[in-house]
Design a protein around this ligand. Sequence first.
Ligand SMILES: Cc1cc2nc3c(=O)[nH]c(=O)nc-3n(C[C@H](O)[C@H](O)[C@H](O)COP(=O)(O)O)c2cc1C
Length: 214
Amino acid sequence: MSNPKTILEAFTWRYATQKFDTSKKLSDEQLNTLLEVIRLSPSSFGLQPWKFIVVRNPELRVKLRGAGYDQSKITDASHLIIFAVKKNLDDKTVDTYIQSVAQVRGVAFETLKGYGDMIKQFLSSMSQEAKMEWAARQAYIALGVLITAGAVEGIDVGPMEGFDPKKFDEILGLEQMGLETKVIVAVGFRSDDDFPASLTKVRFPKEEVIIEMN
Ligand SMILES: Cc1cc2nc3c(=O)[nH]c(=O)nc-3n(C[C@H](O)[C@H](O)[C@H](O)COP(=O)(O)O)c2cc1C
């Protein structure tokens, strides 16, 4: 089908795709669009505590499927994207970020010191566990952005929490890269006989979900 026109049409068209057409692959341009959009996702402080790992390798994906409750979309979608977060969020992370702000915007590093110190203070007040939860929340913003971008571009997306993150980290060697997996996403094109495509969307009515305080 051609791309939906409005954001509401896009969100009516999309659904969490279960069965992907193995013969349909994203073009380089489509993949690049999705990756650019997630790279441009906002994050708290702008810190971008994430890495997005694009897995094409079929053998690797068979292994990952074994750690993902045998969900067929892990192997069958055009691409699998792993949303991982950086485990080591410390003063150095902040300095690297502040340096990049200074460079991109052409301002002196020292003028941003106060901002950097505030972020350092925020991070150092948290336990490692809390930091990883905070980082996961940022990754989920990018997830929402990817779901939206897919819908608008007419690309199917299958988000997944149903997998063993530790096993994923092991298979992908993320531990050594200082990363941990938070959520994974299959992207590609729906199979003609993907059953949920025909189901009516289940959402609570507006009156139940939206509270207006006037
Ligand atoms: C964060 C997240 C994780 C999900 N994990 C899975 C999963 O592991 N397996 C699966 O089949 N669907 C998964 N889903 C799909 C949801 O079940 C689906 O989005 C929800 O039922 C609403 O349906 P819709 O997206 O088709 O409108 C996940 C969705 C989200 C947003």
